[in-house]
Ligand binder design. Sequence first.
Ligand code: ATP
Length: 354
Amino acid sequence: MPDLHLTGIVKHYGSVVAVDHVDLHLPAGKFVCFLGPSGCGKTTLLRMIAGLEAPTKGRIKLGEEDITDRPTHRRGVGMVFQSLALFPHLTVGENIAYGMRIRNAPKADTERRVEELLQLVHLPGLGSRNVSQLSGGQRQRVAIARALALDPALFLLDEPLSALDAKLREAMQVELRLLQRRLGVTTILVTHDQREAMTTADLIAVMAHGRVQQIGSPLEIYRNPANTFVADFIGSTNMLPASIAERPGAVWVDGVVFPVAKLPAGVAPGREVTLSVRPEELHLLTGDMDQRGEAVLTGTVSFVRDVGQSVEVFVECGGRSVTVVGSPKEVPPVKAGDAVRVAFPAEACVVLAQ
Ligand code: ATP
């Protein structure tokens, strides 16, 4: 199976720049998510890969083959959209077999394949059922089976789960991931839901304003966001204005020197930056608890959210709210109004220059 290469992809709709110079290399067999807020260009990028839109500029290659000008039906893509677009007057089996029928595949092969796919998506024996008699989750599975019927080189999904309720949606995310692993088909899923992307993807391409802000594994993106947009969009984080200190490997935050594990390249002392620290990396200290050499900010607890499984403590530190999260065993018992210190481990302090 070949890799997919996008080079210098631009898409204009009149004066709107929907996709703005995207270069991406998507390795064969990976599950990739295009993740970003509404209007960032992810659907447009997927539609160009599918051949449903032509790029204004740039080239799309599958392995060594340039497919930029190739029509959709010759690209070997299987697609699932939010609307599913199942044929309501056909049975489950007829829906799945549709692509094979219009290619005049032998009847016996088609029937065998439909049975195989029904097993694959956990709907055995439902081939003769009308699609109008299925639940939302079952319809989803039929749409997936139909998209996979012709053994696509690329499996493309545009927000396919967004119409499902939260619980079914989470179950389908896991199912989709397991199915993709079993088949090894290169898959691209468009979503605005970061949890969905973290659950399913090998690689996440985070998009904003028509550009890819960062591509990496879910954990790389979570732990080492490339900029403040990515840090804020993926999970929750504390962002504090900071400046590079004269002392090596440190920044200033509110008059306190914070040692950090790493600084961005080419930043000089005095340069204004942003410090991003995940709430679960922070420690809350009370009374004379030892700060173990970590930088601390002092503050007052403003609110505690205890949901049993985790405790979230909001601390006002010099006019800024800092959030600390931990298990009930990790977080000392505090209440609104308590004076506390928040400790920032150096290795958890991510310095962002943009
Ligand atoms: P959503 O999650 O809301 O679907 P998206 O990230 O998929 O958003 P796109 O649908 O790719 O974003 O749209 C990117 C930009 O291009 C938006 O500003 C949108 O309004 C614009 N756009 C998309 N399709 C067209 C079109 N056919 N004609 C004009 N503008 C369009």
